[in-house]
Design a protein around this ligand. Structure first.
Ligand code: ATP
Ligand code: MG
Length: 570
């Protein structure tokens, strides 16, 4: 490609809203352009890289027997009614009506559509297993679209869905995809970890996220210092030793006046007791029903664990009105004793190793002291609903948990029959009996993977591509475009390299040498062939490796072979 004709404009600065390096560099390198919040044009440079990532994905999936299809982005609301998700997917689902007033949505994911597609073709166990995938544009009306392609509203996802005759074979399909993902992200040149993940609204026990390790990541991962245990903090557990409560001096329960003391910090300062002595009572709406969740005062409630413990589809912090209604008090004075409405109480296990605690009295400006969790209230469920923390013991060995930041580039789920049961995706098993398909679903954020690569591969000059995902593997830069010998030599490299299949660009723009070299580093061409007047006179050119900055003088007649071999090592 000739950069003089390329749809490219580079920038010295990125707009202020670009906070993370991948966003800044993709804008500066002329890869993306914002159209609306979280919605971008992928310009030719970005699209070339995206196509290379997609090619890697296709190769690894096709090799494992997966079959590519393409499903519509617009999905009928009816299917979502059938799966039950229309009611609880929330505002991320962009819903609209057509001219006949029928309800539709823009697909954030395709479980419903694929399950409908498969049930119409599936008859016998002999047809399975199937793994169907697509690479397609998704839309999620994210609350806070940000970080460029990392959290967009419209983005490209590869989504795959497996259908099996039983759980054993579904688990095999799951691990086949786990292996495919490992191969894909390795080939993309990413440093990543597969971590235990919470299944969220999807339910079930088995899920892994593929996390690219980067400080800018929005996810927190805890991983063991010794063994290979690693989990998203939403899911991570630690081996907490919970001592029995010291019952040698259990106090009486007493109501105390605590005017205006709403938060744990305020009440802890007011009563001069550490946060550990408090029960934090939080009201959540779990599948639209209010539930009180009790956690130790110094810790936070883990919504993913609450959802898992209650096998719920959705968990939201309750609104002020609901809190007032169920507690009979202003927000800030909730507690498990004498709740006004009889609602479900979920208590974190750790609370039972403590006595003489303080909690809200369900009365504005009042708290209760001397609480003994065993004596004073009855929880409907005792579970682990807090976060494991750095420094705590690994659940599998005597190592300790360490914390990392990660960017989730992919996730695999064992779904069971969550969609196939309500949507009746059935087949006749080998005894001629009707059976329900067991499913898995598997997503890769293609555009997020591109951003994650840049987060891990850049320096102060710009992007550092690996050839596998680079928009171009190499660039030829005639440093003095008006020098005939220089441009003739550069043109010859350009055509010879293309001839042997190198994806090469030539910077034949009418610009100064320094400008072109800066752009080459900003865009991040892995190999840069600098053709300068002086070296050409000596029968040589300079070949630069972007990653190391290393430059070598190579004889003109050996350059094409040298570049071809060099690319194989990068
Ligand atoms: P997150 O927790 O980051 O919101 P998710 O768990 O909701 O993501 P999945 O439903 O697992 O996402 O989707 C599969 C993949 O799609 C994710 O692993 C991620 O790489 C990508 N993805 C999800 N949301 C976005 C987004 N808003 N922008 C870009 N990529 C996304
Ligand atoms: Mg996910």
């Amino acid at each position: 490609m000739r950069l003089s004709k390329y749809f490219l404009k580079t920038y010295k600065e990125a707009p202020k809203e670009a906070e993370v390096v991948s966003h800044i560099l993709m804008i500066r390198a002329g890869m993306i352009q914002k159209l609306a919040a979280g919605i971008y044009n992928y310009l030719p440079l970005a699209q070339k890289s995206i196509a290379k990532i997609e090619k890697i994905i296709r190769e690894e999936l096709d090799k494992r027997g997966c079959q590519e299809c393409l499903m519509p982005a617009v999905q009928p609301g009816e299917l979502w009614q059938e799966s039950g998700r229309w009611g609880y997917y929330g505002p991320e689902l962009l819903r609209f009506k057509d001219r006949k007033n029928a309800e539709y949505c823009l697909g954030p994911t395709h479980e419903e559509v694929v399950t409908d597609m498969v049930r119409r073709n599936l008859k016998s166990y002999r047809q399975l297993p199937w793994n169907i995938y697509q690479i397609q544009t998704k839309f999620r009306d994210e609350v806070r679209p940000r970080f460029g392609l990392m959290r967009g509203r419209e983005f490209v996802m590869k989504d795959a869905y497996s259908f099996d005759v039983d759980v054993d074979s579904a688990i095999k399909s799951y691990y086949l995809m786990y292996d495919a993902y490992t191969a894909i992200f390795k080939r993309c040149g990413l440093k990543f970890k597969a971590v235990d993940a919470s299944t969220g609204a999807i339910g079930g026990e088995l899920s892994h996220e593929f996390q690219v390790l980067a400080d800018s990541g929005e996810d927190t991962i805890l991983s063991c210092s010794k063994c290979d245990y690693a989990a998203n903090v939403e899911k991570a557990v630690s081996d907490r030793v919970l001592p029995a409560a010291d019952r040698s001096c259990v106090e009486e329960m007493k109501e105390v006046s605590t005017p205006g003391q709403k938060t744990i910090e305020e009440i802890s300062a007011f009563l001069k007791k550490p946060a550990e002595n408090f029960i934090k009572t939080l009201i959540f709406l779990v599948d639209d029903q209010p539930v009180a969740v009790l956690v130790p005062g110094e810790q936070d409630a883990n919504e993913a664990k609450i959802q898992g413990a209650l096998h719920a589809n959705s968990v939201w912090p309750a609104d002020e009105e609901t809190v007032k209604r169920v507690t009979g008090a202003e927000v800030g004075f909730a507690g498990p004793v004498n709740l006004k409405e009889k609602i479900k109480i979920v208590a974190d296990r750790q609370i039972y190793s403590r006595v003489n605690l303080v909690c809200g009295a369900n009365k504005t400006d009042c708290h209760l002291t001397g609480i003994d969790p065993e004596r004073d209230f009855k929880a409907d469920l005792i579970a682990d609903v807090t976060f494991a923390r750095t420094g705590e013991k690994c659940p599998h060995c005597d190592g300790v948990l360490e914390q990392f930041k990660g960017i989730e580039v992919g996730q695999v789920f064992h779904l069971g029959t969550k969609y196939s049961t309500p949507m009746k995706c059935n087949f006749l098993d080998k005894n001629g009996k009707e059976s329900t398909a067991v499913m898995g679903c598997y997503g890769i954020g293609v555009t997020r993977t591109l951003a994650a690569f840049i987060e891990q591969n850049h320096d102060d000059k710009g992007i550092i591509w690996s050839p596998a995902v680079a928009p171009f593997e190499a660039v030829v830069i005639p440093l003095q475009g008006n020098n005939e010998k220089v441009s003739a030599t550069a043109e010859k490299f350009y055509s010879d390299l293309r001839e042997i299949g190198v994806d090469v660009a030539i910077d034949d723009r009418d610009e100064r040498a320094g400008f072109k070299m800066n752009d080459a580093d900003l865009i991040g061409f892995p190999v840069q062939i600098q053709v300068g007047a002086r070296s050409v006179e000596n029968g040589q050119v300079e070949v630069k490796v972007r990653r190391t900055g290393e430059k070598v003088l190579i004889d003109i007649d050996k350059t094409v072979d040298y570049v071809r071999d060099l690319l194989k090592t990068l």
